[in-house]
Design a protein around this ligand. Structure first.
Ligand code: GP9
Ligand code: MN
Length: 633
């Protein structure tokens, strides 16, 4: 042994290798990370490395061996502890730790109890790398030598660390475009950037929103409140309360756009059931209804529906502001005696839903674990919509009534794959496979909605329910403009792109006999007040930015998250003002008065969210709470 010459910094290499290998083994054994291909496997393997190179690499700055070794051991112990904390947390919550969990006091009870339950004596194995490192320090002769490093070597080392990081991020970007700007899911983050980098990212996101929150003192609310009150719409008492006391079923139609409704594709009807609904005597259909989502897509539409506020311009508000105070529709309806729940057969941590639903006071989340997924029942992103609806209605049949269930569908999601037996119409024939398949998955969605109605009837729930369905966001992005243009038979100008932001919206009230096509220009932000008023719940004190579409005061002015907007006369897109009727460019004057208002409206919404201003607001009385009054809150 004695005569083997080890490189000077072998102890550093040992420390890195130990934690790296252990982390990879823990990924495989202690978390349920779904790996679909060898690229994902490779990313999973390399993802701890960049962080470890930097964290342990700091030891190269130490002059004394004792201090260096102490640093390596402490770092190794801290990392082992962080990883282990995630393992213990995962055993109980099937999720990775995120900062708000640690800081939300109401979680403490849960956390303490579950932590105790999920710790075993064999868990010392999670610290095996620390122990081996300690032994190696005693055993490796060089570990005791003084090791001064030349700055050039240090520089090369950190350049290497950066290269590894960029390689990792580059591979992750190919696997999951926009991962860091949109967040998506904690599991995806850990899978792609690694658990240690994930925690840094989490700290960054959380501290950014924390800082903005800390600066707000409630005084901003005066102006916001004035704006909200000035733009508030009185209910239309002819429809107010039409669905009073009924169960509320809200269905998010994944990636469903309006351009397929009442249309054909190569002679095939795309949405036969929904077409019928547009003419149904119990259904309101809104053909000029727009989505207003941003990067948070489905979750942004949920945010709009629940709060009547806009999502954020950057990142998914479900991730960045799940610790805020909200006055959600779920909370309001809970107070009215409703049992509030969300049904979605996906990971509960996707879009940080598990955290956000707590903040929104959703009483129960039926996530993937509440569904039975038999062989052949899953395609694309998971459980198919037909069995999803069937099982969801079974859950409803067991519920206390009235209930408010929000159902989030999944099959009509990019990349729109479907098994042969579920393809009711052939593919389209453009140069975009995505658009070609989209028609088929939309046709499947139509079938599944038909089944939902039948399931509800079968369980005797139909008559006592109001069913609201809306498209959550676009399905076909602008990357497919050429194919889109072939289908629509016209060029896709910025005007057309804005018009393609139309998503279908249906409000079906069995037995109401009030059905009609409502041409009013409206958007997802209007869903909350519209539904609440149909249920007979006043919203005059709510801090919401939308308006009841049935109200005389409802203004035909829909603002998109990026500042584009649509009125009954104009469409403003790509800094150009278009005539709504002709789609031709028109006098900028026609748009001018709305441009600032669109920015103002988005700005107030952002202020509410970034400053967490609803903590300074009492929605029962409509009072703004001063600093002093909230100190004890
Ligand atoms: C994920 C589902 C799809 O749970 O809601 O999200 P999306 O990608 O459409 O935002
Ligand atoms: Mn979606």
């Amino acid at each position: 042994m004695k005569n083997i010459k080890y490189p000077k910094h072998s102890i550093l290499v040992v420390a890195i290798l130990l934690t790296w290998i252990k982390t990879y083994v823990v990924y495989q054994t202690s978390f349920d990370i779904k790996i679909e291909n060898s690229m994902q496997q490779l990313i999973l393997f390399i993802n701890p490395l960049s962080f470890l190179l930097v964290a342990y690499g700091v030891s190269l700055f130490f002059k004394s061996v004792k201090a260096r070794n102490r640093y390596l051991l402490i770092t190794s112990s801290i990392l082992a502890f962080i990883l282990y904390a995630n393992v213990a947390f995962y055993r109980f919550f099937s999720d990775f730790i995120t900062l708000p969990v640690l800081f939300q006091t109401n979680n403490f009870g849960d956390l303490g109890a579950s932590a105790a339950e999920s710790i075993y004596i064999t868990d010392v194995f999670y610290f095996i790398d620390v122990i081996v490192l300690f032994v190696a320090m005693k055993w490796l002769p060089n570990a005791k030598e003084v090791a001064i490093v030349k700055p050039a070597i240090r520089r090369a080392y950190f350049v290497l660390a950066a290269a590894v990081l960029f390689l990792n991020l580059g591979l992750a970007e190919t696997e999951r475009p926009q991962l860091l700007t949109r967040s998506f899911d904690r599991e995806l983050l850990v899978k792609n950037i690694g658990t240690y980098n994930y925690h840094l990212y989490d700290i960054y996101i959380q501290s950014k929103s924390h800082a903005q929150r800390a600066l707000a003192d409630g005084s901003e609310l005066v102006e916001v409140n004035n704006y909200v009150r000035a733009n508030q719409a009185e209910p239309n008492y002819e429809v107010f309360g039409t669905a009073e006391g009924k169960n509320l079923i809200v269905v998010s139609l994944e990636s469903m756009q309006s351009f397929v409704v009442n249309e054909e594709m190569n002679g095939e009807v795309i949405t036969p059931f929904m077409n019928q609904l547009t003419k149904d005597k119990d259904t309101y259909y809104f053909p000029n209804f727009y989505h207003q989502t941003g990067l948070g897509k489905t979750s942004d539409s949920e945010f709009l529906v629940e709060n009547g506020l806009y999502p954020l311009g950057g990142g998914a508000v479900f991730f960045t502001h799940s610790g805020n105070t909200y006055n959600s529709m779920s909370e309001r309806l809970s107070e009215e005696g409703y049992f509030t729940n969300v049904m979605h057969a996906n990971n509960k941590s996707f879009w940080n839903r598990d955290m956000m639903y707590n903040a929104l006071n959703v009483e129960k989340f039926y996530d993937v674990d509440s569904y039975n997924i038999e062989d052949g029942d899953a395609v694309n992103w998971g459980l198919k919509d037909i069995p999803f609806f069937e099982q969801s209605v079974n859950h409803m049949a067991e519920m206390q009534q009235p209930f408010y269930s929000r159902l989030i569908t999944l099959t009509n999601h990019y990349p729109f794959h479907l098994e042969e037996q579920d393809q009711f119409i052939p593919e389209y024939d453009s140069n975009s496979g995505t658009l070609n398949r989209y028609f088929q998955t939309v046709r499947y969605m139509d079938e599944s909605v038909k089944n939902l109605f039948e399931d509800l009837k079968e369980k005797g729930l139909y008559e006592d329910s109001i069913i609201v369905m809306y498209g959550d966001h676009y399905g076909i992005s602008e990357n497919h403009n050429e194919a889109m243009s072939k289908y629509l038979g016209k060029e896709i100008t910025p005007f057309e792109s804005a018009q393609l932001q139309r998503v279908p919206m249906f409000i079906h009230i069995p037995g109401s006999n009030k059905g009609e096509v409502v041409e009013e220009v409206s958007g997802q932000i209007d869903i909350r007040p519209t539904i609440m008023h149909l249920l007979g719940v006043e919203t005059s004190k709510d801090m919401q930015l939308g308006a009841d579409i049935f109200s005389e005061d409802h203004e035909e002015f829909v603002v998109f998250r990026d500042g584009r907007f649509v009125t009954d006369e104009v469409v403003y897109a790509g800094n150009v003002c278009y005539d709504k009727e002709t789609g031709e460019e028109t006098d900028a004057e026609a748009c001018a008065p709305y441009i600032d208002r669109a920015i103002e409206e988005l700005g107030y919404s952002d202020e509410i969210i970034n400053g967490d201003l609803l903590r300074f607001y009492d929605e029962k009385t409509g009072n703004l709470l001063t600093d002093e009054a909230t100190e004890t809150k």
